[in-house]
Write a protein that binds this ligand. Sequence first.
Ligand code: AVJ
Length: 321
Amino acid sequence: ATAPRPVTVAQSPAKLDAGFLEDVLDGLGLAEKTLPAKYFYDERGSKLFDEICELDEYYPTRTETALLADHAGDIAAQVGPGITLLELGSGSSTKVRLLLDRLDHPKAYIPVDISREHLQVSAARLAADYPGLKVTPIFADYVQGFPVSVEGGADRTLAFFPGSTIGNFHPVEAQSFLARLARRLGAGSRLLIGVDLKKPKERLEAAYNDAAGVTAAFNLNLLERINRELDGTFDLDGFTHLAFYNDDVGRIEMHLKSVRDQTVLVAGVPFRFEEGETIHTEDSYKYSADEFRKLAHVAGWSADATWTDDARLFSIHLLNS
Ligand code: AVJ
């Protein structure tokens, strides 16, 4: 392996960390206790997520990766040369390599992520492996906005939003997020987005209830993070992982369920839990290819192409604004 090439991570961590306490106190104060899914991704959470991606039951990563490998040549031909590639939620920057390997002289790669450590390490590794590429990581919550100057014009910009992370948004928010992205990147820009498809409930639920318990550990890690960073008193044995498909709204829901009546302190503030009460920690919406194209269309994106695997597990859409 090549030695990491130093990269400078831009953006202010202050705002991100300050938001955590406020978001937790707000979320636990709701009648239906809720925590934002973005806080899963501390150092341990990011590692656990990478482990989830390797699980037999968790088909999305494997399927999307195969789709990208199969169609990267096609994608590269459609977007043309000299592209600046902007990745939203870049994580380990693994999938993007399949694109970079096929793109015609990509100019720059801008990974945006809320896990600073992970971003720094992944960007340095990637920069070492692609010596001609300008790599400029941005530590930010891409939902709240981030500073980015994309040289070369909108038609030389390709945003990459893989993993069905769009599924974390309520459909109304997904639409407004995609609309903002279109305005931000400008007319003629493109978006390559991975979206998990609707499918039988059993398959979906297995993906979020793996036998090895990695998803449960990922879910519970949020409480550990609160204990550590916000002076929380969560007893990790006092909560269990719960994940199920909600047919009515087309989403997987993840919760942490209190096994007994208990009171938990966060930064000195008490929160009362009844036995069986849950904290709603994540939604993962699923879309048919048609449903997603319609949503994207309302947001100002039209579909150039959609690729799905033979088993119809996952989709990738190439959109233009
Ligand atoms: C990264 C949001 C797409 O919803 O499948 C995986 C996160 N949560 N297992 C998903 C996740 C539990 C994942 N996304």
